[in-house]
Design a protein around this ligand. Structure first.
Ligand code: HSE
Length: 444
């Protein structure tokens, strides 16, 4: 490559200043390995896009002696703190995950003058404020596109492309593991345990699937999406969370009978008066005609409803080494461009500071399934309980089960508090043998 003199900086004939931007990486699992591999493979292209080449100068891992296919063993160290504070690092990529030591290392990196790219949804959802404040204090970028929905360009569109609009609602399938399980239950009639086992054998679900199955992962992502969409600080603790382990084959069948499918949804929505935001992650029935209903297997998709833009949908691979590495490298290029040209990307925006609505105030429709005694007056008693709590019934369906009957009731929109009180009251009725399931109905 020919190098020519251009003022202070020597530049190649492609306009690339040959002085490298130094990159340090924390963690080298599935995502980190792909980041290192793609950085090496696409290095010339990335240099041309940024105006300077990248040099990966170190990778901090717990076991530096372990050989990693295709990666120079000399890059590895177990001294993460020393790596991020050595003083000449331009960008730190954090792909360790979890709260500590990731938080301390990111803070140390920012203090040492590096910009940071992270895929760490749990840390951002738990304590993003501390990281954003540190990035501000030290005048550096903190980018995190890979933290939500893997490869899908979603956070930048929310933060930048839609900055001139008003988002009303974000509705997303942001966890591939649970979407795989629910898809299998829907397509093959598998039970939850069987579908989970299949997800584990195919490598979608972890040996300990709690974070995915119990909705922690989706709740963290919901918090990050809500904060961006509504310019308000939202943490995982502000998100109402419910997992999918109680979803039964009967729920899936019942959903199908009313023209719906069951999905684990991350939802963030503005109130009618625009003064509050409700954020939640839970299984819900959505109409089979809704664009999210066709998002199956381990895919993710996020449906965004805006005042001016209308409805948008972002779809793609939400996990996996190469897809997530794509988002990490996109961020690396963005922050590197700022290092080259000066300035910073958009900062955290919390000016709206909207009230976070408790779940009890959330209004939606409900599907309630009851096992009841099959005799005169039972339906009237059940309907009276709904009426007493001001929950209006939209449809009722009854199926015979021996001496009992299953009543499937779909309500009009009601508050979560009113529906919870209704269900508690129904449990007290002698004629109600069991409340078989309660599921929200969304997307209409
Ligand atoms: N465990 C997540 C999922 C991937 O199943 O979607 C990373 O966010």
């Amino acid at each position: 490559m020919e190098v020519t003199d251009q003022g202070d900086a020597a530049r190649t004939d492609t306009g690339v200043d040959p002085r490298p931007l130094r990159v340090a990486m924390l963690g080298c699992g599935v995502v980190g390995t792909e980041v290192a591999r793609l950085l090496a493979r696409n290095g010339d292209d990335l240099a041309a896009r940024v105006g300077r080449p990248f040099e990966l100068v170190g990778i901090a891992v717990r076991r530096p002696g372990r050989l990693r296919d295709g990666l120079d063993p000399g890059l590895f160290t177990d001294r993460a703190q020393d790596l991020v504070t050595r003083g000449d690092i331009d960008v730190v990529i954090e792909v360790i995950g979890g709260i500590e030591p990731a938080r301390s290392l990111i803070l140390a990196a920012l203090e040492a003058g590096a910009s940071v790219v992270t895929a760490n949804k749990s840390l951002l959802a738990e304590d993003g404020a501390t990281l954003f404040e540190a990035a501000d204090k030290h005048g550096r970028d903190l980018y995190y596109e890979a933290a939500v929905a893997g490869a899908i360009p979603l956070l930048r569109p929310l933060r930048e492309s839609l900055a001139g609009d008003r988002v009303r609602r974000v509705l997303g399938i942001v966890n591939g593991t649970t979407n795989f399980i629910l898809s299998r239950m829907t397509e093959q009639g598998s039970g939850f345990a069987e579908a989970l086992e299949e997800a584990q054998s195919l490598g979608y679900a972890e040996a300990d699937p709690t974070a995915d199955v119990d909705g922690f992962d989706a709740a963290a992502k919901a918090a990050i999406l809500a904060a961006l969409a509504f310019h308000t600080r939202v943490t995982a603790a502000d998100v109402h969370r419910q997992g999918i382990s109680d979803v039964t084959s009967a729920d899936i069948t019942s959903a199908r009978e009313m023209g719906c499918v069951v999905k684990l949804l991350a939802i963030a929505e503005l109130s009618e008066d625009g003064q509050s935001v409700g954020v939640r992650a839970h299984p819900a029935m959505i109409p089979a005609t809704h664009p999210l209903a066709g998002v199956n297997a381990a895919f993710n998709a996020v449906f965004v409803e805006c005042e001016a833009a209308g409805e948008l949908m972002f779809y793609g691979q939400g996990a996996g080494g190469a897809p997530t590495a794509s988002a990490v490298l996109g961020d690396l290029v963005a922050v590197a461009r700022h290092r080259v040209s000066g300035g910073r990307g958009p900062r955290e925006s919390t000016y709206a500071d909207l009230r976070l609505r408790p779940m009890g105030e959330t209004r939606t429709r409900y599907h309630v399934s009851l096992d009841v005694a099959d005799r005169a007056g039972v339906l009237a008693q059940v309907a009276a309980v709904f009426a007493e709590h001001d929950v209006s019934i939209e449809t009722v369906r009854q199926e015979q089960h021996g001496e009992d009957a299953e009543l499937v009731i779909v309500t009009h929109t009601a508050t979560d508090a009113a529906l919870s009180a209704t269900v508690e009251h129904l449990r007290e009725l002698d004629v109600v043998r069991d409340v078989l399931s309660v599921m929200r109905v969304e997307g209409q």
